[in-house]
Design a protein around this ligand. Structure first.
Ligand SMILES: Cc1cc2nc3c(=O)[nH]c(=O)nc-3n(C[C@H](O)[C@H](O)[C@H](O)COP(=O)(O)OP(=O)(O)OC[C@H]3O[C@@H](n4cnc5c(N)ncnc54)[C@H](O)[C@@H]3O)c2cc1C
Length: 437
């Protein structure tokens, strides 16, 4: 049976005049069509990227020759799935996410030789820094390895961010912030992985994976955190074919009538459970601890408890994964008894927090703690700080290089605090630029 599912995860927010590649409104009127095998990781990565970028898409799983011939006029072997049809009629066969972004006009080169400030990462902290920097007259380039939004882009509904009493999806929030930053003149250099950093002449020289160099008089690092893995055998194999990290925003519509499992007891896991419960037959939260109250905000705990098709299983750890082409079962250990139960399921969503994305700082003088978080301001050991003046609150061990949001040691791990950090960092950037002439 062909399941031509239209996924319209987000509403269109507002349209802006086209300002060229960096300023083009990403999502307005775009409908991308994706065809691929239902358990294909590559197709999942495309759906996930488009969902976080607030692009409308349709998803048609194709698993038989008959369906493939009927829909695409080709056999499964010859089709080159996944296929992506763009709104301008272009058909891409097995494209990378970077290629899709480039074809949609989102990848551009820096316009200036030198910027007042470069910002690493386009999550809430980086986008906030971009809005404040650009609105206060600084030239600013945001360097992002993939889509805008960061972790927030994985959130189906953020309910505790000021000003949105009905909540807002992380993708929508990020898209609004992106529009605002671009409107003020910030340049967004997306899909730029593999940045490396060098400090010379009082400037920050950043080389991106594609060889582009961006020079800035100050920088804000806002690279956030990356999903923590379960650390199980075969985990890599099932990513995108039954195993997903985060709230499953792009995958929730594919869970209808399924029994799904969510690992984690924090707010992201609670949000995932609530979102998935609108589609799935039953959602079971697997919580390592003895209660949810220690880790979940009370508003979410109450909601989860009231939802009839959400179960909570405490003292539970996933210790194994089974399957063929896709996930078919998980092994759950009861930590009180040590007993392991094998439970059939095709969907496992993992929301167990993250580790700082600071691998790019290796080999630089930027001080990090034992877990890799960037140390700033008053937390810096005096031996790491080179100037007579005290470091500014969000300044790293390199003067003029600041850190904001989740990547920072002792940060609060909330959208609001990341946004606050981003705004505050720009105030310190002004002080630094004024003092360095
Ligand atoms: C599912 C989920 C639900 C959540 N719900 C809520 C909620 O309801 N309320 C709330 O307050 N908080 C919530 N949070 C937490 C919140 O999203 C984070 O605290 C916030 O996103 C942190 O923002 P950030 O900008 O510091 O980092 P991130 O959001 O992690 O963004 C970092 C960005 O940097 C980019 N990056 C990383 N490394 C590099 C590199 N080397 N080069 C270039 N770019 C790089 C990443 O791609 C990413 O875009 C949720 C988190 C998740 C995962």
């Amino acid at each position: 049976m062909i399941d031509d599912r239209v996924v319209l995860p987000h509403k269109v927010i507002r349209e802006k005049p086209d300002r060229g590649p960096v300023g083009a409104t990403m999502h307005a009127c775009i409908v991308v069509r994706i065809y691929g095998r239902s358990q294909c990781r590559h197709a999942f990565e495309i759906r996930d990227f488009l969902s976080r970028s607030v692009v409308r898409f349709t998803w048609t799983p194709i698993d038989t020759d008959d369906d493939c011939t009927h829909l695409l006029g080709l056999s499964l072997a010859d089709a080159g799935l996944p296929i992506v049809d763009l709104p301008d009629g272009t058909r891409l066969r097995a494209p990378s996410v970077a290629e899709i972004a480039a074809r949609l006009g989102w990848v551009s080169d820096p316009k200036l030789q030198e910027y007042d400030v470069s910002i690493y990462g386009a999550g809430p902290a980086g986008l906030s820094a971009a809005v404040y920097a650009a609105s206060e007259g600084l030239s600013v380039a945001v360097l992002e390895r993939e889509a805008v939004g960061g972790q927030a882009g994985y959130s189906s509904l953020i309910e505790n961010y000021l000003g949105f009493p009905g909540g807002i999806s992380g993708g929508d929030l990020a898209e609004r912030a992106r529009q605002q930053a671009v409107e003020f003149g910030a340049e967004l250099l997306l899909m730029r992985d593999g940045l490396s950093t060098r400090f010379a002449d009082g400037r920050v020289h950043t080389t991106l994976g594609d060889g582009t160099t961006v020079v800035a008089r100050a920088s804000v690092c806002a690279t956030g955190v990356e999903w923590r893995r379960l650390g199980l055998d075969r985990e890599e194999e099932f990513i995108g074919s039954g195993l997903f990290y985060g709230a499953g925003t792009s995958e929730a519509p594919t869970c209808s009538d399924l029994e799904v499992f969510v690992v984690g007891g924090g707010n992201s896991a609670g949000q995932a459970a609530m979102n998935l419960s609108s589609f799935a037959k039953r959602v079971t939260m697997l919580v390592r601890g003895q209660t949810l109250s220690a880790t979940l905000s009370s508003y979410l705990e109450e909601r989860v408890a009231r939802q009839p098709n959400v179960d909570i299983r405490t003292d539970a750890r996933v210790v194994g994964l089974e399957g063929g082409k896709g996930l078919t079962a998980i092994h759950i250990e009861d930590s009180r008894t040590g007993e392991v139960e094998v439970v059939e399921t095709q969907r496992l969503f993992v929301c167990i927090g993250g580790d700082p994305a600071t691998e790019w700082a290796a080999g630089t003088p930027i001080a990090r703690d034992d877990h890799g978080f960037v140390i700033t301001g008053p937390d810096l050991p005096t031996s790491d700080w080179p100037l007579d003046r005290a470091p500014f609150y969000l300044e790293t061990s390199v003067p003029g290089f600041f850190a904001a949001g989740d990547v920072r040691r002792n940060s609060v791990k909330r959208v609001a605090s990341a946004v606050g950090d981003g705004a505050m960092a720009i105030t310190f950037v002004h002080h630094h630029l004024a003092s360095s002439g």
